[in-house]
Each structure stands twice: as structure tokens, then as C-alpha cells.
Design a protein around this ligand. Sequence first.
Ligand code: UD2
Length: 333
Amino acid sequence: MQAEVIVVTGGAGFIGSHIVESLLSGGARVIVLDDYSTGKKSNLLNVETHSNLNIYEVDLTQNIKASLTRVEEEAGMIDRVIHFAAQTAVVNSIENPIQDIHSNSMMTVHLLEYFKNKNLKKFIFASSAAVYGDVAEFPIQEDFSCEPLSPYGINKLASENYMFYYSKVFGIPSVALRFFNVYGPRQDPANPYSGVISIFLERAMKGLDLNIFGDGKQTRDFVYVSDVVQAIDKALYLESKNFSAVNIGSSLETSINQLAQSIVNLFPEAGSKINHLSARDGEIIKSLSSTDKARALLSFEKKISLEKGLAETAQWFIGCESTLSKRTLSETR
Ligand code: UD2
């Protein structure tokens, strides 16, 4: 039997590259579409020469139809799509809400339009807990009202609404995975709005102080990337023809104070201290997912504890640091 063709937009990104590896090991033909705006070629280093992988460097805000037509000419009919390409920073969406439409919901609609009469077997979308806005009741369930408080969250919700419409009217089966705070190897600590775990790990490893915004009592629901991959894989082969929106989290809340202390404890020799700076504007105080729906629909079970996930991510950061210093050493020779 011929391998299924699966397109991963944003496949060179943090989560995307992990799902690409998992799909290839399952025997699929994988097509990555990425413009390397936040994704990196190095994220696909383990698989870049795999005979079942094709990588196309394309800007998906421009002429998606031409890119997908080319893919189908070269690889055959596309069976499933995992749509992860997006502008990922909430703060950018606030600063430039119009641009954000182009690189978020508009891209989703272009993709759905392309697939509307093509018998696509599944369309998976990286949604976010940002669709909920400020919630009064916990844990957060999928049927709570969605009142997003950023253009980023508005776009995620708009994409979901389009997916619902294209499933009802054009029969494109789809799943929106509402990610809580995902962390793990390859998360890039490059800017102040990168995931807090990547920032804290990088700083603790170098013995730099960890800066907590506010009193640190705010909580987040951290989920390890391999658990997320497990959920994506299940969603990709879900039997349903409809649209579903599903939370993907750990159903555990951790305060930023606890997190910072656990990370400092991983590098006892480095001597980082913990500081408190003023709170970020518009910060949510609490985040906690219900994953009952994920369990029922996708047999989702969190496998990696925060302790184990932090240790594995720390190992990855240490590995990167030593590769970098080896490279710098050989370059200066
Ligand atoms: C997460 C998502 C965001 C959106 C949002 C929806 C990430 C990286 N961001 O934002 O895309 O989906 O959830 O609710 O997953 N912090 C510090 N010091 C630092 C950096 C962060 O104290 O150096 C705090 C920050 O103020 C916040 C917490 O750590 O209280 C988590 O911050 P984040 O930027 O990792 O994620 P979040 O929840 O703001």
C-alpha cells in the first residue's frame, strides 16, 4: 500500500518538527511547508535526508494554492494536513492586528478553500488556550464561552469557526487542538515572549538570574511536547467526519514561583537567583485545562510529568550549548 501524504505547515517549528519525526517513523510520506520565519532548518536535522520527507521553503501568506498544486504534482494527492504555520507571538498580534490576520486566520481559510472538493481525510489545527480569554471557572472546559482578549486569540477562534463551517458545508473533517503551555526540546528562548520554561532553563544553565513578572503566584498548565505529539497523532486518525475542538494540557497547574525554583534546583552549581519584576499587562492569573474531552475522544493520557519533562529539556539545552561551544572552538582554531 502506498504511504499516505501528510502536509505539515510549520513543520520546521518547535512542535511541528517533533510531529514530522513521529510521522516519518510511522511510515508516512511527509511534506513540510515552512518559511523559516520562526522555524529552523536545524530542527529537522535528524530527518532531513529521510527518503519520505520533502521540505518546501514557501511563504504561506502568499499564493498557497500554487504551493499546494506543486506539492500534489510532485508527491501525489494530499491525504491529511497538520496546519501549524502561524505568527506565534501574542504581543505581535496586538502591535499589528492586520498583519496578524494574514499570517493566522487568512492562511487557514486559504488552506480550507484549496481542500474543499478534494476528499481530505483530516485537517488538524494548532489552536490555543488563548481562545478562552479570562475565565472565572476551572478547570477550563471546551464548552465554556470563548472571549479572546488578543487578536492572536481572536484569529485562533476565527480559524476554528471556519473549520466548523468547512466541515459542515464541504465535509472537511477537522480537529482544533487548544494547546495550553507547551514546552520541551527545540523551544526557542530567543525573545522575551518565548515560552517561560525555555527562557528560565537557558538562563539557569548560564547562572543568570531568573526574572519573574509579578508576584509569581500566577499559574500555568505546562504540557510536554511528546504528549502533544501523541494527541496530534490520535487526532489525525480520528474517525469522526465533523469538527471538534479539544484542550491539550496536563490538567495540573504550576505557579511561576514553583517553576523557577524547580529550574534553579536543576543547576545547583550555576548559582542563579530569582528576581521579581513588575507584572506584565493583561496577564491571566490562572490557567488549568480539563482534558476529559481529550481523554474521551483521543484516548489522551499525559505520560510525562513536569519533573521529567524539565529534566529532558534541560539535557537538550546542555547538549546545544556544548555543540555550540565545540563549533566556536573549531571555528577559532
Ligand atoms: C501562552 C502562550 C501564548 C498564548 C497564551 C494563551 C507560550 C510561549 N505562549 O502565553 O502563545 O497561547 O498562553 O493564554 O506558550 N514569565 C516570567 N518571566 C519570563 C517569561 C515569562 O515570569 O521571563 C511568566 C509570564 O509573565 C507568565 C508565565 O511566565 O505569567 C508564562 O509566560 P509565557 O510567555 O510562557 O506564556 P503565556 O501563558 O503568557
